[in-house]
Design a protein around this ligand. Sequence first.
Ligand SMILES: CC(C)(COP(=O)(O)OP(=O)(O)OC[C@H]1O[C@@H](n2cnc3c(N)ncnc32)[C@H](O)[C@@H]1OP(=O)(O)O)[C@@H](O)C(=O)NCCC(=O)NCCS
Length: 218
Amino acid sequence: MRDLLPTEVTVAVAGPDDWAGELLPAEQACLGEKAVESRRRDFTAGRICARRALTRLGVPAVAVPSAPDRSPVWPAGVVGTITHTRGYCAAAAARTDQVRSVGMDAEGHRELNAGVRRLIGLPEEWDDCARLPGGVSWAAVLFSAKETIYKVWHPVVGTWLDFHDARVELDPDSGLFTARINPTRLAGAPVPDPPATVTGRFAVDADLVRTAAVLLPR
Ligand SMILES: CC(C)(COP(=O)(O)OP(=O)(O)OC[C@H]1O[C@@H](n2cnc3c(N)ncnc32)[C@H](O)[C@@H]1OP(=O)(O)O)[C@@H](O)C(=O)NCCC(=O)NCCS
């Protein structure tokens, strides 16, 4: 993810030992005792990476618990993001005076079935994808970009964002994606001036699709 984010953001990617690392008590309390092994490993790798990203930022590596809505709770003055998928995990952190929000997502590089495609993409996005070069599951890239957009959006605005609320354009030459956001539900949320666009980066290899984005302070 280092290649996808600006230098103000610190990044840590899990190594082989991190999946079986130690949680801090506040993190363990969020995971609970009944978590299945795969969830325990994902959650643990995420927290080990989160604390490593904090250290690289020069702030104490405190616990990063989960809020009731499952979003990670970063220490005051810090924003961050966590992703994990099948053997890959990364976390990123930045200071709030430099970055307003950061999000990233990793997904397996695979085709998506018609039902999932309908759920996540707008017809015009599928028209765009059909015109992009072959050899890449653009559906997986679109899906990952939208999950990154949600991770950037939710900590700032505090509301749900439907997959169809963002119109994403992918540029394979630059590796940039741009999203115009038109939220259908801002129900009762104190949302002064929610972001109307999100720009991020994507990268694709044989196994993995990665996306990341930041919002800068206004
Ligand atoms: C929250 C969500 C984006 C997570 O994505 P995912 O591909 O399922 O899983 P990832 O491994 O990449 O990310 C999981 C991490 O996201 C973080 N996360 C969860 N909820 C979050 C939120 N509301 N805001 C920011 N980060 C969140 C957590 O750190 C979580 O890991 P943890 O539970 O171990 O702490 C996804 O589950 C979801 O709810 N999507 C629907 C909303 C959406 O994407 N809309 C599209 C708008 S265009």
